[in-house]
Design a binder for this molecule. Structure first.
Ligand SMILES: Cc1ncc(COP(=O)(O)O)c(C=O)c1O
Length: 444
C-alpha cells in the first residue's frame, strides 16, 4: 500500500432503480447532473427487444464487450446454419462451396472497411494479422520498431520477438494516461530516428481505451519513411474505418469485437507495395496465388465465423445502421465514464497523482470522446487486476476489464447496443464501498 485510503464519494443511493432512460432525474445532481441520461435511445428497436437479441446472462451487466465481443442470436443461428451445411456433406462443402463462400465474405468485409478487395485478406484474429506482418517485414540488424506503452500485450510481444530475431531494437514510447491527442501524436513522432523502420500503433488502446490519432500519424510517419502497422482490433463497429482513405502500410482489425461476428473473424489489409512480400503464416494450397488468396485457405478450417459476417452486418442495418449504433454507444460509454468518475471522485481537469509520467500533478483526468469504451484509473495503491475484476463481477454483478497499466490499475467499461444506463449506475453505486474494502484488506 503506497498511500492513504482515497476519499471516495459516498455511493449515490437509488432506492427505486428504474430501467427507463432518464428515470433518475432526481438522483445525485452535484456534478452537472451527471446521473441523468439525456442521450436518446436512437435505435429502431426498444431496449428490451435489443437486449433480447443477445443470449447474455440477464443477471450480469456485460460492460466488457471489448475483450471477447458478444454474439447476437441471429448471428449464432447463421453460424449454426453454416456448420450444419458443412457437416451435411463435408466433401461437397470443402471441395466446391467453401472457397467461393469465403471469397464472398472477403468481399463483404472489404466493402464494410472501405478497402480495395485486392488488398484485404481474412485472418482468424488481429493477433494473427499482426504476426503475419511482423513475420514478413524485412527488419535488419540495428533497425528500430516503435510501439507505445498502451499496446496490447501479445502484439507488443510479437514486435519484440520480430526485433530479437532480426537484431533490431524495440522502442517503447511512454505516453501518460492523461496525454492529449496532440501530446500522444508528438510522443510517437519524437521517438522516430534514422533507423526507425516500422511503427505499430493501436487505433484504440486496449488497457486504457485511448484513441490514437492514426489518421494524423499515418501520413506523417510515412513521409518520414516509417512504415505503419495500424492495430485496429477495436475499430470496426466502433469507428468508421475507411482504409482507402487511411492508406497505412498495414492494417488489421477484428469483426468479432464491435461488429459482433462470431470469434475467428478478422481482416488484414496491406498497401500495394507490401502485397508481394506479405506471407500467410500457414502456407496453403493457394500460396502460389499470392496475397490475398494465400490467406484464404489456412489448411482445413472452420470458416463459419467469417461466413457469418454478412448476418452481423445485416443485423445492425435492422437496428438503424452503423452511424446511429456507434453514436449511441459512444454517448453511453461517455455516460458510463462520467457516472463512474463521479463515484470515484475523479473530476475532469483533476490531477491523477498516480500517473507515472503525468507531470507534477500526474496530468489531468479527461474523458476520451467518440469511443465505445472508457477507462478510469482506480485508486492508487490498489493491486491485483484479476482480483479486482473478480470482486466487481461477484459483488457488483458487472463484467468489466481491469488492467495493471504501468503500476496503476485501470478499469475499463464498454457500451454496446444491448447496454443500458442503469447498468453503469448500478456499478457506480457498488464501486466505492467495494474498492474501500479491497484497499483496506491490502493495508492489513
Ligand atoms: C489493441 C488490441 N490488439 C490486438 C488484440 C488481439 O485481438 P485478438 O485476441 O482477437 O487477436 C486486442 C484484443 O483485445 C486488442 O485490444
Amino acid at each position: 500500500m503506497t498511500g492513504p485510503l482515497p476519499d471516495l464519494a459516498a455511493p449515490p443511493s437509488n432506492p427505486n432503480p428504474n430501467p427507463d432512460p432518464g428515470a433518475d432525474q432526481d438522483q445525485d445532481q452535484d456534478w452537472n447532473g451527471v446521473w441523468d441520461w439525456d442521450g436518446s435511445w436512437d435505435l429502431d428497436l426498444d431496449p428490451s427487444a435489443v437486449r433480447a437479441l443477445w443470449p447474455l446472462d440477464g443477471g450480469v451487466a456485460h460492460l466488457n464487450h471489448g475483450s471477447y465481443g458478444a454474439v447476437p442470436r441471429p448471428v449464432q443461428q447463421e453460424q449454426d446454419r453454416w456448420r450444419a451445411r458443412m457437416d451435411a456433406n463435408p466433401v461437397r462443402f470443402f471441395r466446391r462451396e467453401w472457397q467461393p463462400a469465403v471469397e464472398e465474405a472477403r468481399r463483404a468485409a472489404a466493402a464494410f472497411l472501405g478497402a480495395d478487395p485486392d488488398g484485404l485478406a481474412l485472418v482468424a484474429n488481429a493477433t494473427a494479422g499482426v504476426c503475419a506482418v511482423l513475420g514478413s517485414f524485412d527488419l535488419r540488424p540495428g533497425d528500430e520498431v516503435v510501439v507505445t506503452d498502451h499496446g496490447y500485450g501479445a502484439v507488443t510481444a510479437a514486435a519484440a520477438r520480430a526485433c530479437a530475431r532480426a537484431g533490431a531494437r524495440l522502442v517503447t514510447v511512454r505516453i501518460p494516461l492523461t496525454a492529449t491527442a496532440e501530446q500522444l501524436a508528438q510522443a510517437v513522432l519524437d521517438a522516430v530516428g534514422p533507423r526507425t523502420r516500422l511503427a505499430v500503433l493501436d487505433e484504440v488502446t486496449s488497457p486504457t481505451a485511448r484513441l490514437v490519432p492514426v489518421r494524423r500519424l499515418v501520413p506523417e510517419l510515412r513521409t518520414l519513411g516509417v512504415a505503419v502497422l495500424v492495430d485496429g482490433a477495436h475499430t470496426p463497429g466502433m469507428l468508421p474505418v475507411g482504409l482507402d482513405e487511411l492508406q497505412p502500410d498495414f492494417w488489421t482489425g477484428n469483426f468479432h469485437k464491435w461488429v459482433c461476428a462470431p470469434r475467428g473473424a478478422a481482416a488484414l489489409w496491406a498497401a500495394p507495395e507490401h502485397r508481394p512480400t506479405l506471407r500467410a503464416p500457414v502456407l496453403s494450397w493457394r500460396d502460389e496465388e499470392g496475397f490475398p488468396y494465400s490467406f484464404s485457405m489456412p489448411g482445413t478450417a472452420d470458416s463459419s465465423a467469417i461466413l457469418s459476417l454478412p448476418a452481423a452486418l445485416a443485423l445492425f442495418d435492422e437496428l438503424g445502421g452503423w452511424p446511429r449504433a456507434r453514436a449511441r454507444n459512444n454517448a453511453l460509454a461517455g455516460y458510463g465514464q462520467a457516472v463512474l468518475a463521479r463515484a470515484l471522485d475523479l473530476r475532469p481537469g483533476q490531477g491523477l497523482s498516480g500517473d507515472p509520467d503525468g507531470g507534477p500533478d500526474g496530468g489531468e483526468f479527461a474523458p476520451e470522446p467518440l469511443l465505445s469504451m472508457a477507462a478510469l484509473p482506480l485508486p492508487e495503491g490498489l493491486t491485483g487486476p484479476d482480483r479486482v475484476q473478480q470482486a466487481i463481477a461477484d459483488r457488483a454483478g458487472a463484467e468489466t476489464a481491469v488492467s495493471d497499466w504501468n503500476g496503476r490499475l485501470v478499469l475499463r467499461v464498454s457500451a454496446h447496443v444491448y447496454n443500458h444506463p442503469e447498468e453503469y449506475r448500478q456499478l457506480a453505486r457498488a464501486l466505492p464501498a467495494l474498492l474501500h474494502e479491497l484497499l483496506a484488506a491490502e493495508q492489513n
